[in-house]
Design a protein around this ligand. Structure first.
Ligand code: 1PR
Length: 535
């Protein structure tokens, strides 16, 4: 085990392993980074949080001579924990942009989830496991959920039976963890799985402290519906970074001073929501469209501090686009996103820039590969790229009145209109664009978005419920997960959106900030109504 309280970390520089580092430090260990193959061979305890694409990872490992060292280390039964791609690389090969050869330690091929059978890909979110043998680090996991985010998976077979310690059901029964002796690997992210994840890491780091030997009573489950807390962040007129919240995107108070509504400090609130049971936390830098976010260092600091104590996924959005600063220095959107990832974000969210990209794509039919969406998802993977849509309802009398996809609305408009289309906006709802939410969602899915955050300006801050018509329209149109947002006022709004639409998650802001509805009571209500959630 990690006797000297030092963990060796294999970070080959492909992406964000900050949360793994934070979790290791949180558990009281120091980190030694692998520089050479010898560092692998000399490790007492090695963690390999694979990130990025399979082929790129194998490439680096082979070039640096680390593939061979890893094989030797693992064959000698030295303490090892692979995470996500760190599990997949142990197999013979992967179909991800391949076939590509892996380390070949475990028989089997890593393949892609099939989205044609109604399961959304990437597989993002919380599942319980089905434990099939004693895995030590998963002892006592029981029915508790862990966090997955991936599009590829390995399947159990007769050939790899001696390795498989748990499976998870998501369309397929895929391998969730493997274990042989001191060698462990997990497909999920313990560093993002809250308390459960931290205790898994703790068991790995302190192997002797686990005394129970009976396998945990795991069981397969459905993917849990996620409850997400959202923090709209901006600097107020005094220059402090505050969590604010608008009514239909207007964040200023109706007082003489017209000040920016201040609902608390971002790091504190995010920490509180984590403790309260939020499945994810999102930060939206809502003035990012006009202020360059890398000039806005406080936001990066907010991420750094938050990720030290918050072990669920963090998303950040606002201002992700190409930018030239006052000194003429050019920053690509990829650089902006990278800075967010380095500071602790697990996903970035793109608003305005995705609208322009989708418009262009629909007009030309050509994927240039140059949009922020395409560039960031190519480097960090689709699952790391969320597109935030800010649509406004536009009532019409007949669906053919516009060239955009319209729906028959549940509640007719002010003049008895029975239809509406949802017009996309940019710059925090200030400017309407000639594209509908439906067209945008389809286009950004093709361009590489891994998830959609679906707001609705009409419902924002109103507490009257989500826009079911809109959420149904979009969640049926795409095969990536859709996060329903805007309008939650009571717990019943959450069960309504999950019963009536195919949303994968529901996000709220105002009711949590004003402490009107605790996250825990949302979860309890969902559970009571038969909806699977992580408790
Ligand atoms: O365009 O890439 O710079 O991204 C800007 C981001 O900031 C977008 O994601 C956009 O949604 C967000 N944004 C911009 N202006 C505002 C504003 O409020 N003035 N906030 C804004 C969006 C909406 C939701 C809110 C839900 C739930 N906030 O995130 O949290 O509506 O609220 P509720 O539960 O209180 O109803 P770019």
């Amino acid at each position: 085990g990690a006797t000297d309280n030092v963990v060796t970390l294999l970070d080959y520089g492909a992406g964000n392993v900050r949360s793994v580092r934070n979790a290791i430090r949180f558990l009281g260990f120091d980190i030694k980074d692998v520089q050479t193959p010898e560092d692998i061979l000399n490790a007492n305890c090695l963690i390999f949080p694979g990130v990025g694409a399979f082929a790129a990872a194998m490439d680096v490992l082979n070039k640096k001579g680390m593939a061979e060292a890893l094989c030797t280390y693992i064959e000698n039964d030295r303490p090892f924990l692979g995470i996500c791609l760190g599990l997949q690389l142990l197999f013979e090969s992967s179909e991800e942009n391949g076939p590509v050869r892996g380390l070949g330690l475990i028989p089997g091929v890593v393949g892609r989830f099939d989205s044609t059978n109604g399961f959304r890909v990437p597989h993002i979110g919380w599942n319980a496991l089905h434990t099939v043998k004693d895995s030590e680090i998963l002892d006592d996991i029981g029915k508790r959920h862990v966090y997955f985010v991936h599009s590829y998976r390995a399947m159990p077979s007769n050939d790899n039976k001696e390795w498989v310690s748990s499976t998870c059901n998501y369309g397929d029964n895929f391998i969730a963890s493997v274990r042989r002796g001191n060698v462990h690997a997990v497909q999920f992210h313990p560093e993002k799985s809250g308390d459960v994840g931290l205790s898994i890491l703790r068991r790995f780091l302190y192997p002797k402290s686990s005394t129970t030997k009976k396998p945990g009573e795991g069981r397969a489950s459905k993917l849990a519906k996620r409850v997400i807390a959202c923090l709209d962040v901006r600097t107020n007129d005094k220059g402090d970074l505050v969590v604010t919240k608008g009514d239909q995107y207007d964040v200023r108070e109706n007082t003489g001073e017209n000040e920016v509504r201040n609902l608390g400090k971002p790091v504190e609130l995010a920490g509180q929501y984590y403790i309260d049971g939020a499945d994810e936390v999102s930060f939206l830098n809502i003035t990012g469209f006009r202020d360059f976010p890398l000039g806005d260092l406080p936001m990066l600091e907010v991420l750094r501090y938050t990720s030290e104590n918050v072990f669920v996924p963090l998303t950040v959005g606002g201002g992700i686009r190409d930018f030239t600063d006052a000194n003429g220095r050019y920053y690509s959107s990829l650089e902006v996103a990278s800075e967010y990832f380095r500071s602790g974000a697990d996903k970035i969210s793109i608003g305005s820039d995705a609208v322009y990209a989708a418009e262009e794509y629909i007009r030309t039919g050509v994927k240039t590969g140059k949009t922020s969406l395409e560039q960031i998802s190519r480097v960090y993977g689709n699952q790391a790229v969320v597109v935030s849509i800010d649509p406004r309802r536009v009532y019409i009398n007949a669906p053919d009145d516009v060239e955009f996809k319209a729906v028959r609305v549940t509640n007719p408009g002010p003049n008895g209109e029975e239809y509406a289309w949802y017009q996309c906006t940019v710059n925090g709802g200030r400017e309407g664009r000639p594209i509908g939410a439906y067209e945008l969602a389809k286009a950004v899915e093709e361009l590489g978005a891994g998830e959609i955050l679906l707001n609705c300006i009409d419902c924002d801050g109103q507490g009257k419920g989500f826009d079911i018509d809109l959420i149904k329209l979009i969640s049926d149109a795409v095969s990536i997960p859709v996060i329903a947002s805007s309008g939650a006022g009571v717990v019943e709004h959450f069960s309504e959106v999950f019963k009536k639409t195919n949303a994968s998650a529901a996000l709220a802001a105002g009711i949590f900030h004003r402490k009107e509805v605790p996250i825990q009571s949302v979860k309890e209500h969902l559970l009571e109504t038969g909806i699977e959630v992580r408790m």
